[in-house]
Design a protein around this ligand. Structure first.
Ligand code: ADP
Ligand code: ZN
Ligand code: ZN
Length: 728
């Protein structure tokens, strides 16, 4: 007889001991950590994962229960994977069983068999490679996509909007082939490398430094868009896969475009590359999981949760656009994939490359303190100072739809030269509120302490916080007046105004509303690149990673909202956004122009940013954080609580405060959240800070223990966010 320590998906921080009856049917060998078993829990049966096997237990012999069944014959989690998940659970103060549940693909959570080891890949046949003239635009589009990528999986093609019917009819006509891939031959076959440029000096230095590093080492690869970072990743990856090792490339949600993937596939045509993102089905996730685990897949390009994939022999991790907020999960297990990447790289003793034009202050802080090695790419780049920045003082400026007349005149100049213009406003919809001209009524969400946004195109008022939606009123609900007007600006309004103002210039809008349909973002981007659209209006979606050759002017409308915010990170995010957006201008060789409309042109942050660039700004911002004792100089966690009863919410947080008998901890709160009420719930926060990370974690561990017994905790909804990236 022996015992196992088991992780079960329950909201409790600890694991559970069970007894193993060696007479159990089907049990042929001793259990090992990482296997899934079936255990009794209360009156239920649950799937659990064995964490450890031991000869004794603290639980009384008459209390301990016996496992019911064994699911696996081999572990689904390796020892080092269990360590990663234990670390994750401990660091983010989240129950271990639930952490494992989140990390596992759904099929494995359900106790399904882990053996799914083939994947359907589609490629062009010889006949198809000649790109025949076909009537069907979709079929032709699919052939062109394959000509670009070399090959794509069935899933990827579906994600791009190609239907099964399109694929089937091309298969029937023998224009494309379907093959099943499932082997590790890539490790022994000679590596084929597609056409590649010769690296410039800085890129070469970066590559050599990274490739010659031994063991664990983190690199910050700093360079604006177009400076050649991806080329550095590719040439470093080449060395890794040549050695038969695998690599993980983390990209932001929005960065996983066909262009990116095609580039990797063209470079490594006989290397299995797989994708990981939210649109995969359970089966596809399981496939990728197994491919990684068995070493059948060399490179994974994935979003946040790919950090939990098992690899047989991981050789490198790349995090592209490391500052991007989509790497941080904002609910349940609030992990940061970039920070876990550092843990994994340390675990496997491999290099980690963090690439960005605008490093997060957390990352820059580590680079300045020599924890990370800084590698800069400046040669190919048009540096920020190459672009001409203009701060346009809006005080007393005549404007239309929030665009100054001076800005309109500049737009006309660029359009007349045949260039493209980008107009940027980080607020979707037509107007953030409706206002009554007679009585001053404002369209507020009935369930949140915020306004309901006017969406003119679909005739709806929508709350962007709780999603509440209803028809646009014709009359003021308070005084009955019909004099109700849009108040403030959104991208929909800007688009409408510009379409009327520049009647002969095509305008395209890119935001969450305009790209809801599958494939619609790709379509819009294609249109832009083919020069169809001359004016691009968009939110931050437009700011990220896309390549536009003809944009020579970027106009940023809402700079001021980032300057004065209750979130201490707002200025950092504004500066990142301005720099990213500005990176869209002047890509075709000539410097571009960036117009920032502001009422505070003398603001030191703006001055620093436009005169000296992000690097200077960021270093200055770090000294500000230091003076104010804020992250990344200190370490922070937030307890958020919400409930319908405001008293209970405040009491719950107040009750936590005395737990702070520990020295070295600063507490702030309970304070109302910036948005005090959402969907009928009152929201409050407690901020916890410490100079010393260890002390912070000691305190948090103690608090989590206390919370598991607190009666008040049952009356509210609460969450704990370690290293929060916003204060919402
Ligand atoms: P980033 O990832 O920083 O945006 P990329 O690696 O995508 O930059 O480079 C931008 C463009 O420049 C790409 O088309 C790439 O192929 C090209 N490029 C990168 N490095 C070189 C080089 N050393 N010589 C020639 N072209 C290069
Ligand atoms: Zn009114
Ligand atoms: Zn609401």
């Amino acid at each position: 007889m022996y015992f196992v320590e088991v992780a079960i998906k329950v909201p409790l921080p600890r694991a559970f001991d069970y007894k193993v009856d060696e007479q159990l049917a089907g049990l042929t060998a001793k259990l090992t950590p990482g296997m899934r078993i079936l255990v009794p829990f209360g009156t239920q049966r649950k799937v659990g994962v064995v964490l450890a096997v031991k000869n004794d237990t603290q639980i009384n012999a008459d209390k301990i229960k016996t496992i019911i069944d064994v699911i696996d014959t081999a572990p689904v989690l390796s020892q080092s994977h269990i360590e990663l998940l234990r670390f994750t659970a401990r660091y983010y103060c989240y129950p271990l069983g639930e952490t494992i549940h989140i990390a596992l693909p759904n099929a494995l959570r359900q106790g399904e068999s882990p053996d799914k080891t083939s994947i359907n890949m589609i490629s062009l046949s010889e006949k198809g490679a000649k790109i025949p003239s076909l009537k069907s635009k979709l079929q032709l589009g699919l052939l062109k996509q394959l000509a670009e990528s070399g090959k794509s999986s069935l899933t990827e093609l579906k994600a791009l909007g190609f239907s099964k019917a399109t694929i089937d009819s091309l298969l029937k006509k023998e224009y494309i082939n379907q093959t099943i891939e499932h082997d590790n031959q890539w490790q022994t076959n000679p590596l084929i490398v597609g056409e590649k440029p010769t690296l410039n000096k800085e890129q070469a230095v970066a590559c050599t430094t990274i490739n010659q590093s031994i063991g664990f080492k983190s690199f910050l690869l700093e360079g604006v868009t177009g400076s050649g970072k991806t080329e550095v990743y590719l040439q470093c990856l080449e060395e890794i896969i040549k050695k038969g090792k695998q690599a993980l490339v983390l990209v932001p949600e929005i960065g996983l475009t066909p262009q990116t993937v095609n580039r990797f596939r063209r470079r490594f045509p006989n290397t299995p590359i797989m994708l990981w993102h939210s649109a995969l089905t359970d089966n596809e996730r399981l496939q990728t999981w197994r491919f990684c685990e068995k070493g059948s897949c060399a490179i994974v390009i994935g979003t946040r949760s790919s950090i939990f994939l098992p690899f047989l022999s991981l050789g490198m991790i790349v995090v592209d656009e490391e500052h991007d907020s989509s790497f941080k999960q904002q609910d349940t297990l609030r992990y940061h994939a970039r920070d876990l990447a550092a843990y994994r790289a340390f675990q496997h003793q491999i290099p980690l490359i963090l690439g960005t034009a605008t490093p997060a202050l957390e990352t820059l802080h580590k680079a300045i303190n020599n924890k990370y090695q800084l590698l800069s790419l400046t040669e190919r780049a048009q540096t920020a100072t190459d672009n001409q920045f203009v701060l346009l003082d809006m005080k007393g400026q005549p404007d239309q739809a929030g665009i100054a007349h001076a800005s309109l005149a500049t737009m006309r100049k660029h359009l007349a030269l045949g260039k493209q213009v980008m107009v940027f406003l980080n607020r979707r919809g037509f107007a953030p509120t409706l206002i009554c001209h007679e009585c001053g009524w404002l369209s507020e969400c009935s369930r949140c302490s915020t306004s309901a946004t006017f969406h003119k195109g679909i005739g709806q008022m929508i709350c962007h916080h709780c999603g509440d939606q209803h028809r646009v009123p014709h009359q003021c609900p308070d005084c009955g007046s019909t004099q109700i007007f849009p108040n403030g600006k959104g991208t929909e309004q800007i688009e409408e105004f510009l379409t009327n103002e520049f009647t002969d210039v095509p305008v395209t809008r890119i935001d969450r509303d305009s790209t809801r349909r599958k494939g619609s973002l790709e379509k819009a981007l294609d249109e832009i690149n083919q020069g169809g659209a001359r004016i691009l209006v968009g939110t931050q979606m437009l700011a990220k990673g896309h390549h536009f050759a003809d944009v020579s002017l970027v106009l940023i409308l809402d700079v001021d909202s980032g300057l004065y915010s209750c979130d201490f990170r707002a200025t950092e995010h504004l500066a990142q956004l301005v720099t990213q957006v500005a990176g869209r201008a002047g890509r075709s060789g000539e410097p571009g122009q960036v117009l920032l409309q502001t009422h505070f042109p003398e603001h030191p942050l703006l001055q620093d940013l436009v005169n000296n660039g992000y690097q200077d700004f960021a270093r200055y911002a770090l000294t500000e954080r230091e003076d104010a004792d804020l992250p990344p100089i200190t370490n922070m966690a937030i307890v958020r609580a919400q409930g319908q009863n405001i008293r209970q919410v405040v009491d719950f947080l107040t009750d936590l405060v005395p737990v702070a008998g520990v020295t070295g901890i600063q507490l702030l709160g309970p304070i109302p959240a910036p948005l005090e009420k959402v969907a009928g719930m009152y929201r409050f926060q407690l901020h916890i800070q410490a100079q010393d990370r260890k002390i912070l974690h000691q305190y948090l561990a103690q608090m989590v223990d206390y919370l598991s017994t607190s009666k008040l905790a049952l009356k509210v909804r609460w969450s704990l966010d370690v290293d929060p990236i916003d204060m919402i």
